[in-house]
Design a protein around this ligand. Structure first.
Ligand code: ACO
Length: 167
């Protein structure tokens, strides 16, 4: 896969420990060619996807890439050539903390047939590692009560409350 087709520099995933995935799987940045590789089916374990056409996917990919602050990461089942887990880190530039950067983790989803194989933890650990490399001073995420234990096992702890306004 050529680097220009990927959402971000694959080097950011290089790590002796964290990029280790079970045999038969590969972790990599999202590619512009991933529409038919099962990303949407994977995200279905998280929420309603709606009708996302290939053109919509490509346009959104290019918008994310132009921003330079989106790190959508996927785990691929190499035998089936299918995306089976995904997660996103994006970085927010701030004035506080001496113009610090905060990482936000979003849209963590493991395909229902692949849950419980540590793929979710692998995605989180790699996103954490990217956040360190791009010099975020903290990472935040929102989750429901059922997933608190999963994130605690990944090193997160409960802090503050989340407020939501649907528009
Ligand atoms: N409650 C308690 N423990 C859990 C849970 C849970 N819901 N999910 C995983 N764990 C534990 C596992 O038992 C394992 O523990 P161990 O290391 O002691 O053996 C550890 O957490 C790692 O589990 P994984 O195998 O990596 O979990 P998985 O690959 O199934 O991924 C995930 C977990 C992402 C929650 C997955 O089940 C999923 O996609 N669920 C549906 C979508 C979803 O809810 N996504 C999170 C939304 S929040 C957000 O996006 C910021």
């Amino acid at each position: 896969m050529r680097s220009g087709e990927l959402l971000y520099d694959e080097e950011l995933l290089r790590s002796e420990l964290l990029s280790i995935v079970p045999p038969g799987y590969k972790i990599r940045p999202l590619s512009i060619h991933d529409y038919k590789k099962g990303l949407m089916e994977c995200l279905e374990s998280l929420t309603v996807i709606g009708n996302v056409t290939e053109q919509m996917f490509v346009e959104r990919f290019l918008k994310m890439k132009s921003k330079g602050s989106y790190y959508v990461t996927v785990v691929v089942d190499e035998v089936k050539d299918k995306i089976v887990a995904t997660g996103t880190l994006f970085n927010e530039f701030k004035f506080v903390r001496s113009c610090g950067t905060v990482g936000h983790i979003e849209d963590i989803a493991v395909h229902k047939d692949y849950q419980g194989k540590k793929l979710g933890a692998i995605i989180i650990n790699n996103l954490k590692n990217i956040a360190i490399k791009i010099q975020c001073y903290k990472i935040t995420l929102n989750c429901n009560n059922d997933n608190i234990r999963f994130y605690e096992k990944c090193g997160f702890s409960l802090k503050d409350n989340q407020m939501t306004l649907y528009l």
